[in-house]
Design a protein around this ligand. Structure first.
Ligand SMILES: NC(=O)c1ccc[n+]([C@@H]2O[C@H](COP(=O)([O-])OP(=O)(O)OC[C@H]3O[C@@H](n4cnc5c(N)ncnc54)[C@H](O)[C@@H]3O)[C@@H](O)[C@H]2O)c1
Length: 351
């Protein structure tokens, strides 16, 4: 494959710089332009990564006819506007998670992608993790039998992205730890179950640390306004029932007094023939001397691709991505249902 995809990055904050790094290492891509509303951040990134063209208005970047694809790493409330504009400009789009701040905006993007016939993919990086790919292989081989429950958790003790940044304001972020961390483990549970058809959700959210100025962590490059109230959740729990009868439980915290010796992040799957945990990867099953635990230290899969490299390959080869946009839309509907259930104290049905 000789051709290289001409890419640009919109948003050169914390994760946008990682996008640039990844693009520069991608043999099938070339990073030709960047945009960020902050003149300082965009200048710094252009100098550091030697990007020839930089813009403070992303529309100017989208006007560049040679740019074929963009990766979008701006605050969550801007995902839909930037992605739709990019798709209208006939660019392929790799979008950061969460897809949007609500399912209505996510659906708008899916529509725009269909109309423009361009690829729209959410960069759910955990799907590309070697352990995930190994788990998928074992599941596909039938080693777990029939899967019936997944538990996903990410329980950080003190990890609120800077209080007063866009991350901690509902109007910009859409929510707190559930849409920031929870979206990763939720997506992973459903991906491994191979089933995104959720029937109903019962959830609760809490804001117990952020409002007291506690549990903060230094993440993100955007400006902080200490006067802005913390009005998102720093813990969330949810139980999801799928139409197939399977279930998913979710526990997420940016901050909380969690046991320090427990796994902070993980997915546990229950199957009729075996159980499987990720992070670390282990298989639990009957052995000759009773129940055995198999440590899956060396994944028997050939490789796992970086999400950005995967996106580039999918565009160039017209391949179906590992993260189909219809699944990301369903994840967004579930996030909406989690917040609706927490607000109403009721079970929320989807579809
Ligand atoms: N995949 C992951 O693991 C992961 C990790 C962190 C963040 N993220 C996601 O990446 C996105 C960005 O997060 P971040 O941590 O980089 O935030 P950040 O605050 O560090 O960076 C956001 C950047 O967007 C820029 N921006 C804001 N409005 C803009 C506009 N109109 N036009 C152009 N640029 C604009 C800001 O100036 C800033 O530089 C979020 O959606 C977040 O959820 C994903």
């Amino acid at each position: 494959m000789a051709e290289k995809l001409r890419c640009a990055v919109i948003g050169t904050g914390g994760i946008g710089l990682e996008h640039l790094s990844s693009l520069l290492q991608c043999p099938r891509a070339v990073a030709v332009a960047i945009a960020d509303q902050s003149p300082n951040r965009v200048k710094e990134a252009a100098e550091r990564f030697k990007i020839p063209r930089s813009y403070t208005d992303y529309h100017d970047l989208l006007d560049q006819p040679d740019v074929e694809a963009v990766t979008v790493a701006v605050p969550n409330n801007l995902h839909a506007a930037v992605a739709v504009d990019a798709l209208h400009a006939r660019k392929h789009v790799l979008l950061e998670k969460p897809m949007a701040v609500n399912a209505k905006e996510a659906a708008r993007m899916v529509e725009a992608a269909k109309k423009s016939k361009r690829l729209l993919m959410v960069g759910q990086n955990f799907r590309f993790h070697r352990q995930t790919q190994h788990a998928r292989m074992l599941i596909e081989r039938g080693e777990l039998g029939e899967l019936y429950h997944a538990r996903g958790f990410w329980l950080r003790r003190s990890h609120i992205p800077r209080i007063g940044s866009w991350f901690t304001q509902k109007q910009f972020a859409g929510g707190g730890c559930v849409c920031d961390l929870g979206v990763h483990v939720l997506d992973l549970c459903l991906h491994l179950l191979g089933d995104f058809d959720v029937r109903c959700v019962l959830a609760q959210t809490y804001g117990k640390f952020g409002p007291r100025g506690l549990g903060e962590f230094e993440w993100g490059k955007s400006e902080v306004d200490p006067k802005k109230p913390f009005n998102v959740e720093d813990t969330g729990v949810a139980l999801l029932k799928l139409r197939s009868g399977k279930s998913v439980s979710l526990e997420v915290s940016w901050a909380g007094h969690h046991a320090p010796d427990q796994r902070e992040l993980g997915v546990d799957l229950l199957g009729t023939e075996a159980g499987l945990s990720l992070f670390p990867a282990r298989l639990y099953r009957p052995g000759v001397n009773g129940l055995e635990t198999v440590h899956l230290a060396t994944p028997a899969v050939p490789h796992s691709e970086d999400r950005i490299h995967h996106f580039v390959t999918c565009v160039l080869q017209g391949r179906k991505p590992l993260v189909p946009i219809e699944e990301s839309l369903k994840v967004q509907q579930i996030l909406d249902a989690i917040y609706a259930s927490a607000a109403s104290c009721k079970e929320v049905r989807i579809g």
